[in-house]
Every structure is written in C-alpha cells, then in structure tokens.
Ligand binder design. Sequence first.
Ligand code: NAD
Length: 523
Amino acid sequence: MATATSTSAPQKIRALTAAAFRTPEKFTEFCRNGGQPLGGIINGERVPGSMNATFQTIDPGSQEVLATVCEMSEAEVARAVEAAQHAFEGNGRTAWRSVDVEERIELVNRLVELCDRDRDVLLACEIRDGGKVSELAQGDFSQIRECAEYFSGVARRIAMGEGPAMQVSDTVRGFSYREPWGVVAGIIPWNYPIVLTSWFMFPALLSGNTVLIKPAEDTPLSALYIGKLAEEAGFPPGVVNVLPGRGEITGHAIAEHPGVRFISFTGSPGVGQAILRTCDRHGTRMKREMGGNGAAIVLADADPEVAARMIGRYTNQHFGQTCCTIHRVFVDRKIADDFIDAQCAFMKDLKIGYQADEGTQLGAVINPTQRRRILQAQRETVARGGQALLAGGDAVVPGKKGFYLKPALYRTEPGLNVNPAEVFHTYATICPVSSADEALALANSSPYGLGASVWTRDLERGIALAKRFRDGTCQVNCHNSIAYGLPYGGQGISGGPGGGVNCEETFLDYTQVKAVYVADYPG
Ligand code: NAD
C-alpha cells in the first residue's frame, strides 16, 4: 500500500498507473467453476448455501459479470464455526492449537509459494474484481509474502503457554497463560482484499486460531482463491473457512454467533460500531480498523509543485478509495495559490480510463452506491461553502459501462466544515492557513484519526508537528505509509482498541492471557 517517491523532480511524481493487463485463463476458469456458482469453503468442502441465494461479482470498469457466488446463511456460519472449533480442538485429529509453531510456519510458507505460483490469478482478482491499476495491485500482492514473513518471525519470538511463575503467598504460586482465542473471524472490506485478508489471516493462524474469512460482497474472489490454495498447501480442514455473502446476512450471522471468540473488522465506522454492539452482547472481543478523512499540512518552505503532486498522488491512490486517502489539505497562505494551481494541473492530467488498459490512472468506482454517495458529497461540499476548483461529476470512458467520475477539488476557508466525512474518491478540499498551529488544530478537528502528513523541508519541525496529530499514522513528506513492525491503526472513530495491525501487539490481539493460581492441597 505504501509508496515513497523522490521529491526532487516534480514532473517525475505521477499517479499510480496501469500497465495493460491480460486476464489469465486460469482466473477465467476459476470464475466459471464448471458452470456452477462458486461456493463457500467450510471444513475443506465447497458449500452452496442453504438459502439457495447467489450474487454476481462484477468488473467495476466494464460491468462484466466475472462470477456467480453462493451466499452463506446463518446455517453455514454455524457449520463453519463448528468445523473451526473441531479443527482448533482436534476431535481425533491433531488440534490446530497444539500444532508446533514451525509446522504452522511451514504451511504458511507453502501457501505463500502457491500464491506466488498463481500471482497472475491473484492480480486478476485485484485488477478485474477490485478495479485496481496494476501498479497498485502488484504492491498489494507483495504484501502476502511480507506479511507472512513478518508474522512468522513474531510467532517465533512471542512465547505462548505458561509465563514465568511467581510466589503469590507461602502456599500459592501463580503464572500467566497465553493461548489463542479459538475461532476468530476477519470481516474484510472491498478496497484492499488481498492485503487485508493477509493482515488478518497470517497473525490469526500463526498464533494458533482457526479462521473464518468474510470477504466483501463486491470483491469475494481473492479470498475464495486463497481459501482454495490453503487447502492445496495442506491446512487441515476447518482451519481456513471462507464465507462469502452480504454484510447484513453473512457478516451479521458471524457477529451474532457466540462461538466466534474474536472478530477483526476492517470497514466503515458505522458498520464497525454496529458490529461492536452485537459483539458486546455475546462477550466477543473485537478489533476495528475503519475509515479516515486524511489530512495533509503543507508548510511555507515546501516546494508547492512537489507537494501538490505528491499529495495528488495520495489523494488519487486507488482513485481515493483508500482508508488513509488525503481529503483535507491545509496549506500556508504564502504558497497557497501556487499549490492550488499545481494541484489542479495534476488532477486535470489524470488519465481516466479502464483499469486494465495501459496508462489509466483514475478508473471506475466500485459500485453505483459509491457513485451516488460521492456525487452527493460533491454537492454538499459546495452547499457548505466550498468553492469548486474542479467540479467532479460523471466521466465517460468510451466503450466502458463502469461508473467513472472526474476528480473534485475545492478551495475552502478555516471555519467552514465542508467535508466532515470520508468521501472515498479523488476528492480534496484545500484550505489556506496562516500558521502551522492553525493547520494542526483544523486537521485534528475531525472525529476520524487514521493518517495525516506534514510536508516541509525542515524535518525537525515536521516531526514535532507530526507527533501532535491525533491520528494513528503520522507522517512527514510521505503518506499512506505502512511497515511491518510499526502499528497501523486508527484513533477516534477510525479504529480501536488494541495496537493496530502489523506489529507485535497485533499478534497478541489474537491471543488471550489468563492467570493460573496453584495452591498446596489444603489440610
Ligand atoms: P463496510 O463497512 O460497508 O463493509 C466492510 C465489511 O463488513 C464487508 O465485508 C461487509 O459485508 C461487512 N458488513 C457490512 N454490514 C455488516 C453487518 N451488519 N454485520 C457484519 N458485517 C457487515 O465497508 P466497505 O465499504 O466494504 O469498505 C470501505 C471502508 O473500509 C471505508 O470506510 C475504508 O476507509 C475502510 N477501510 C479501513 C481500513 C483500515 O485499515 N483502517 C482499510 C481499508 C478500508
């Protein structure tokens, strides 16, 4: 997801761009599935679903139907929980909870090798099903290995089982005991399916849990393909289960099932809050990674063109459909006009097109609901006093039926709350400010708190300001940054609790710690 680009040559700073992508036959065959809808994966079996309901997953750029997928009901969720519980406990076979960590790592490595073997199929999932340009899809694909390797290292380092014992009293000793939860579920959004399935699945499995993966209804293909590869890698039946379906049916049934001990949710704040309330009723632990309304502060010493192009790149990453996307820019008044001119030029130059065609930089949005929401947000920005620099609206790509939209940029002033919520497109408001403190106060005034950045040549000053963001990811001269070993999580309505993803705390989130007391036999 993260990219770092040299800031020295403005014209070289460009948006993520598509290379021409040819869909591999293996992907088409997988989608065709011998003429049958793709089933869920439960206990190593393909399950059609007792509701007899299916949904179609489409290419957002062309509206071509890629595959028909079976929807998993409450009954299949119950069946998957039972299978995952059996796999966790053993029930006659080796319990996944007791499998040696090196054996788990070996299976994970085999899965990663199979993903490498079928790289083109997984890229097709991201590009065709997810609507991504190849440059981004390739970066996402590399996260599979990076994530697996990082958490394999963590699994070797973090001791499970008994911690050091302490003498509690003359006759009582005690120790802590760390173990996996058991059945854990990952509820995944549509915008980064491979990345977020990896971020959930690897730490969960390596710490000894059995997993239910609930992909988003818009992008179910990569999770189903990874589930198939997990079987081929040799994961025992029931350890990796994949449950496609709508949020309000399949996702809701997962949240309502008391056998699910822990849920890792990535998605929008409203849905996360609703699931949290359900989890609370069952005593299910939940971790939430949610949306953002990213801010960037540009100080007067920054080159306005360099900063505008870099910020434009991050505003447009996956056409603004990235959780950390920059939607709010606060720029020193001294350079504001030059910055605005450069940002408008960058956005006007974006090549709108089909995501699998060479040169495309801004593709179709994922579905008609998103189009409606984005257009509504554009209208609302103007109604709240934003001055349109680039008015957004629909775009036409000849020969393609997808929902294409133009970039939107607005000038605003401090005190006008023109974009209070995540818009999820190539959309930003630019607000000239008189001081860094004013910019910081405005940036921090959002209820979100996922990612923010400062753009300046003065690194010391940049670091000092970055530390004062309330966001989980604070950056200087970069944005949308991730690195394994550093926490990636949100503050405010963007996330919590726990230490975010991709760090040692993430691994610990997938474990529970108990205290064990042992007293001498009385008498
Ligand atoms: P969403 O909240 O609509 O859906 C996310 C997942 O939840 C989907 O699998 C969906 O089917 C499921 N779901 C929906 N309703 C449910 C319910 N009632 N019960 C159980 N599950 C339910 O989000 P989306 O539109 O798929 O994804 C976009 C959002 O995700 C944006 O807000 C984006 O910022 C956020 N996101 C956050 C991160 C992060 O790391 N913080 C990463 C990617 C995306």
